[in-house]
Write a protein that binds this ligand. Structure first.
Ligand code: NOJ
Length: 581
């Protein structure tokens, strides 16, 4: 037995033993894959680091921070779009899939960035936005120019002489309708997002061929993976049936997993994925476990990893979430994928507000421990964890009061829609303040210089005014910072396959403050213990837990008392190697 054994009755003040990698015996049966063992760091390029003083982050900024990225212990970088774009939706409206927007840099910069990541053994994941293009893409310009243009069928058109098209809901349009009338050819085109983002018609094999060519262009450059934006929506029933009453409330069921989606993915897999050493994940995974499995199970030869929204969607109102639900959703998704398939683990990205503000406690008193707890959770679950830039520091929501301060098209257009519907605008603004995507897009907080060291110019989105308290430079020097805790977690995960592949079993199921689970791989056993509340929490562990070593603890107090009792401080999070059970 390990010489660092601790008895439950001990009070451990610091980590007594160095982090060690247990001999991983018997991993032969595991279907090991680099992308399962990876840790993704998501970079929103506009907000990461500006090197030319125009107030917008750029590729050279990411290059400048490569050593920082490496120091995080992450192994994959997913970067949001940096292609040519009118930037109506910050790059999710692409006008040239092979060109780089000059604001971000050049193809030489991209090549250097990719090489720099590869030198550091970090893989690069490209964001592929092909449910729709920009309305400024050449394809769309040609498509709308006349009804008999060869590109007409690259998009979904409804000729006006057929009457009004069957209602389709748009996620971003201020009117709510996804059909936009275009007088040039007296027809409507379909846009599930903004009117400037017309949906590509995947039913047309020419469109699919174009997309695979684009993907091959980037794969030939050496990108290691693809994140397919909004891909669950690509296949549509082009007879555009009228959906039953009330369908908009459950629109994912009607919009996602259209009739041909699996054929398209199999084709994409054949044409692209199978020809390179690449991994793939698509945004959204339908509405059931089965939908998600159907996208990613290895024997189907479609995608590699599912990215479902059930966990992140736990907070979609000012009411926050119940820990019981949080535990249930994570546990159910784990068990649904225990035998087959693989999922992404995340609670934040560029489409939601900040991790600690949404799922933790961002008050000055608790934001450090509370972010550490959330990162402990995300990096100790089965699945591939994704960390969104800034969440390794505990960056928080920004307080934007007036709609004129918002940048995001979704915020602006939903404001217009709410106004035209006569909604309670006070409540609307309160919700927006808490939930808006702009919260998650404020510039990275590097140090306490002006503009948090992000830019010497005027930042495109305000820097959060708490940057003097939350920034990389300060956290580098503090061994107990959120940043250094994050690094401990990535090191622990990378060195312990049990945290990647081990079985997950929840304990203390009904506790309403503590979320606890074990991860087990053969003889290797870890217990994760987290107090999700701002009060002390006490519980009794099941008999026979013998603590061998505390691997992670965000407090200097160990919680183990006599008789298997644990007393956790507010937001205390531990990972313990144990024996027994
Ligand atoms: C999903 C992306 O994550 C989001 O940022 C974007 O606005 C929509 N797709 C439309 O592309």
């Amino acid at each position: 037995m390990n010489k660092c054994i601790l008895l439950l009755s001990w009070v451990l003040l610091t980590l007594g033993c160095s982090d060690h990698t247990r001999q991983q015996n018997d991993t032969a049966q595991i279907d090991r894959k680099w992308w399962k063992e990876g840790i993704v760091y998501q970079i929103y390029p506009r907000s990461f680091k500006d090197t030319n003083g125009d107030g917008v982050g750029d590729l050279r900024g990411v290059i400048e921070k490569l050593d920082y990225i490496e120091s995080l212990g992450v192994t994959m970088v997913w970067m949001n779009p940096f292609f040519q774009s009118p930037m109506v939706d910050n790059g999710y409206d692409v006008s040239d899939y092979r060109g780089i927007l000059p604001e971000f840099g050049t193809m030489e910069d991209f090549n250097e960035l990719l090489a720099g990541l590869h030198e550091r053994n970090i893989k690069f994941v490209l964001d592929v936005v092909v449910n729709h293009s920009s309305n400024q893409h050449e394809w769309f310009k040609k498509s709308r120019s006349s009804r008999d243009n060869p590109y007409r069928d690259y998009y979904h058109w409804w000729p006006a002489e057929k009457g009004d098209p069957p209602y389709r809901y748009s996620l971003f349009d201020p009117t709510g309708s996804a059909w936009k009338y275009d007088s040039l050819t007296d027809a409507y085109y379909l846009h599930y997002f903004a009117a400037e983002q017309p949906d590509l018609k995947w039913e047309n094999p020419e469109v699919r061929r174009e997309v695979y060519d684009i993907m091959k262009f980037w794969a030939d450059k050496g990108v290691d993976g693809f994140r397919l934006d909004a891909f669950q929506f690509v296949s549509k029933d082009t007879t555009y049936p009228v959906f039953p009453e009330g369908w908009v409330d459950d629109f994912i069921k009607y919009y996602s997993m259209g009739p041909q989606i699996h054929d398209y993915l199999k084709e994409m897999n054949r044409e692209v994925f199978s020809k390179y050493e690449v991994f793939s994940v698509s945004e959204g995974a339908g509405s059931t476990f089965q939908d998600a499995h159907d996208l990613v199970d290895a024997d189907r030869n479609e995608l590699h990893m599912a990215y479902h929204f059930k966990t992140v969607d736990l907070v979609n109102s000012l009411d926050g979430y119940e820990l019981s639900e949080f535990k249930q959703v994570f546990s159910e998704w784990d068990s649904a994928f225990a035998e087959k398939g693989w999922i992404s683990i995340f609670l934040s990205n560029h489409d939601v507000s900040r991790l600690v503000s949404r799922f933790g406690n961002d008050s000055p008193e608790f934001r450090t421990v509370s972010t550490q707890l959330l990162n402990t959770h995300l990096l100790s679950m089965r699945g591939t964890p994704y960390t969104y830039y800034g969440d390794e520091l505990g960056m928080t929501n920004i307080d934007l009061d007036d709609i004129s301060e918002y940048n995001d098209i979704a915020a602006k257009n939903s404001y217009q829609k709410a106004l035209s519907e006569g909604q309670d605008m006070g409540l609307f603004m309160e919700r927006l303040n808490f939930l808006s995507r702009d919260n998650g897009r404020t510039p990275m907080q590097w140090d306490n210089a002006e503009n948090a060291g992000f830019t010497t110019g005027k930042p495109w989105l305000p820097v959060n005014e708490n940057y003097p308290e939350i920034n990389v430079a300060d956290q580098e020097n503090d061994p107990n910072s959120v940043l250094n805790h994050f690094r401990k977690m990535t090191r622990l995960r990378t060195n312990n396959l049990v945290l990647v592949y081990g079985d997950y079993d929840m304990i203390l199921d009904d506790d309403d403050q503590i979320y606890a689970y074990t991860r087990t791989l053969n003889e290797d056993k870890m217990l994760i213990l987290m107090n999700f509340s701002d009060q002390k929490a006490q519980a009794k562990l099941p008999e026979a837990f013998e603590v061998e070593q505390i691997m992670i603890n965000n407090y200097s107090i160990a919680p183990f008392k006599k008789d298997s009792t644990v007393v956790l401080e507010p937001y205390q999070a531990l990972i313990v190697r144990f024996d027994g059970r």
